[in-house]
Design a protein around this ligand. Structure first.
Ligand code: 2P0
Length: 332
């Protein structure tokens, strides 16, 4: 017997960041976070549960993955198999549509697409909130990619896994866009997972980070509700900088920045000073993301092109939540 599931999930960029776990095993975060889902970057995943398989097999962009990568996937699939009370092994095929030049991590879209496909293949019919608690246990940021638009990942309570899930705050179907400025697309030297742990263990600024992130969540939700773009941008930029500040306070200090990151930040400020509202945020890497109005995107892109190459500037509109793909839509 074979059972199939196919799902597409988009990546997301946090406006209020997740940087640290209170429970490593369950991926429970220290604070709630809030993101924007992007339509330009996504992962398509097919799961075939097949009783004739003796172990899981995992292909990424048509390349069969090794033991270490496959083990991660197996552990994740076990969450679903345990719930469904089955042991059937799976053949997974995943395709990442993240332009190599974007330099964005794909774990958010990868684990939420896998969660969606496995939910279908197992016939578990988990609702989206529950599915986001499963996606979370693949990668924290995947919690949020289950939904489109502006998404909050509620930190939840104590060690209660089922309380830490995402919800859509707003579908962001207003004047919102984002432009990625790709500064360096190489693999980062320090993973987020290790960087977070080091920051919690050693940064004297960490407790203030958590405190202010909690306030930022409250205020950014107000700004979203009133569609106040300037306040939304100001809180986004400030929160991102605070996350990088707490990393700089770690021992040894952590910085993902490169000279061109600073150049990009300064350019965005320059553009903003001429009257176009646009704000930066950065994650665990040197690339800079610009939150802007959709209606200003072309003009901002043109201004960025004065200092950066065409291939470094990648615009995106707002993305949707996970969608199941039919056999006809599976074009691989
Ligand atoms: C975020 N980042 O909120 C933050 C901001 C990077 C900086 O989530 O250990 O790959 O798998 O939960 O989700 C990147 O870390 O880490 C991340 P794990 P993840 O988007």
């Amino acid at each position: 017997m074979k059972s199939v599931g196919r799902c597409r999930a988009h990546t997301n960029i946090a406006l209020i960041k997740y940087w640290g776990k209170r429970n490593d095993e369950l991926f429970l975060p220290m604070n709630s976070s809030l993101s924007l889902t992007l339509d330009a970057f996504y992962t398509d995943t097919q799961v075939i549960l097949d009783e004739s398989l003796v172990s899981d097999v995992f292909y990424l962009d048509d390349v069969k993955q090794g033991e270490k990568e496959t083990e991660k996937i197996t552990n994740f699939l076990n969450l679903f198999r345990n719930r469904a009370n089955i042991e059937t092994k799976a053949c997974i095929k995943s395709y990442n549509h993240v332009p190599t030049a974007a330099g964005l991590a794909s774990s958010a879209s990868a684990f939420s697409a896998l969660a969606g496909a496995m939910n279908q293949a197992t016939n578990l019919n988990l609702d989206l909130e529950t599915l986001s608690t499963f996606a979370r246990q693949g990668s924290g940021s995947a919690t949020r990619s289950i939904y489109g638009g502006f998404v909050e990942w509620d930190m939840g309570e104590a060690d209660l896994s089922e309380t830490s899930h995402a919800v859509q705050v707003d579908d962001a179907s207003w004047d919102i866009g984002m432009i990625v400025i790709a500064v360096n697309t190489g693999k980062k030297k320090l993973s987020s997972r290790v960087g977070m742990k080091q920051t919690i263990a050693t940064s004297p600024f960490y407790s203030s980070w958590v405190e202010t992130a909690t306030k930022d969540i409250k205020n950014i939700k107000k700004a979203i509700k009133s569609k106040d773009f300037v306040t939304l941008g100001e809180i986004t930029e400030s929160n991102g900088m605070k996350m990088h500040a707490t990393m700089l306070g770690a021992m040894p200090p952590i910085s993902y920045w490169e000279p061109d990151s600073v150049k990009a930040i300064q350019k965005v400020k320059e553009i903003r000073d001429t009257g176009l509202p646009c704000y930066v945020t950065m994650d665990a890497g040197p690339n800079v993301k610009v939150l802007c109005k959709k209606s200003d995107m072309t003009e901002i892109e043109n201004r960025l092109l004065e200092d950066f190459d065409r291939k470094q500037i990648i615009p995106s509109h707002v993305g949707e939540g996970i969608t199941l793909l039919s056999e006809d839509e599976w074009n691989y």
